[in-house]
Design a protein around this ligand. Sequence first.
Ligand code: FAD
Length: 475
Amino acid sequence: MTTHLVWLRNDLRINDNHALYAACRSNSAKVIALFIATPKQWHSHDMAAKQAEFIWQNLQDLQQSLAQKGIELHLAECDDFSASVDVLVDFCRKHHVDRVFYNYQYEVNERQRDAAAERVLFDNDVMAQGFDDSLLLPPGSVLTGNREMYKVFTPFSKAFVKRLQEGLPECFSAPAARESGPIKDVSPLKPFNYPRESVDSSLFPVGEKAAIARLREFSQQPVTHYPDRRDLPALDGTSRLSVYLTIGVLSPRQCLYRLLKEHPRGLEDGKVFVWLNELIWREFYRHLIVAYPALCRHQPFVRWTRKVAWRDEPRHLTAWQEGKTGYPIVDAAMRQLNSLGWMHNRLRMITASFLVKDLLIDWREGERYFMSQLIDGDLAANNGGWQWAASTGTDAAPYFRIFNPTTQGERFDAAGEFIRRWLPELRQVPEKYIHQPHEWAKKTNQKLDYPVPIVEHKQARQQTLDAFEAARKQM
Ligand code: FAD
């Protein structure tokens, strides 16, 4: 009997899992699965403890689903990527594996690891086969007329939709149970040797079933209100599916098919398409890191922005991280991040802009801090978002477009509902003053246990404009 191994990474699901589907195609093969944790690597990439915990919890759920199908899940742990290749090869030897099936990851280090793994496996008479899986369309498949990667999002999105209209990507069903029948006794998975932090299970319930249920619910009515509600952080107006998409508990194809099932004209329908377009942003950033691997090394896309003289101001960085800048919308957002491991998209834009354009701190500090907190931390999306906000990326906000943190708050949390939720010290401040609470404190002679703004926005804005202009002149 031949043995097929599914090497799981960020594809922790049984439905629409390309590698799992391929491994199970032959009924006669024995199929087993392996996940290799690499805590040292995770540390060096600032992976959030909450993300590691969420992976571990979802692996437990997956272990049960796979066992129902007669597939045993093994968990191994080693330091880093190069060690993981040795672990994989040893595992294959021990379990007499003939073929390895895996889904591609597109980051530079991951691609190098996979190339090394394929070579060593081949030398050991094990065939390895990789599959495109975590995207709707594979990197390199949506190109300009000159066969280049798009550098601007809107034409990329248009070309992307055209490709989808020509034919939807295949969605793979969950494998049937193996002939050997379900596995009755599964041994508990050992927790990773990594710091542990709990994840709010009422917001982010564990497992594939929960992810699919949230997708179904969101794709019915809420998606039609998405354009009007998505920028208001006090509302539950977005899907909150990023935590599942990032580690592959859900696939973007499942999202697309569900959306089109509920809204058959979803590719054309303005309202529903607004949400689909966000999934296309996700694709755009992943396609970009393949076309421009230097992005994985945190290089700015726009060369001249390397010359920006960032400020080294640890006190400001700490105040931003802790949500103590004196700007209520920024602070409430950072406290949401620190507490939940998730932040609303509008707030990611506001807080990123504040760090870079008000504090003039290198965007990579923010990128790193987000990764260290986010359950949905994803190199491509996070790098893309930070480079967008910092005006260093492709199709980014122009450097002279600088959010005013007070008016952003007034616009997107007018009554201060979100702010009050996260900043209990401002609960008694009336609506009129919630975005400038110290004005109210001064007027009413109250003492507020809340910091005064650490920078004055108008001045900070000018300083940033000067720094960017000076950098531009140097190139
Ligand atoms: P929805 O609004 O429901 O969108 C649906 C899905 O589309 C999301 O789940 C996500 O997969 C994708 N998506 C939405 N917006 C974007 C976007 N701008 N770029 C790429 N994909 C998008 N997203 C991450 O998944 N991981 C990150 O580490 C990450 N870091 C970010 C950092 C910054 C500075 C910024 C501005 C954005 C970042 N984003 C990141 C994108 C976005 O903020 C989140 O995907 C979104 O807030 C997740 O919430 P949701 O699932 O409710 O999104």
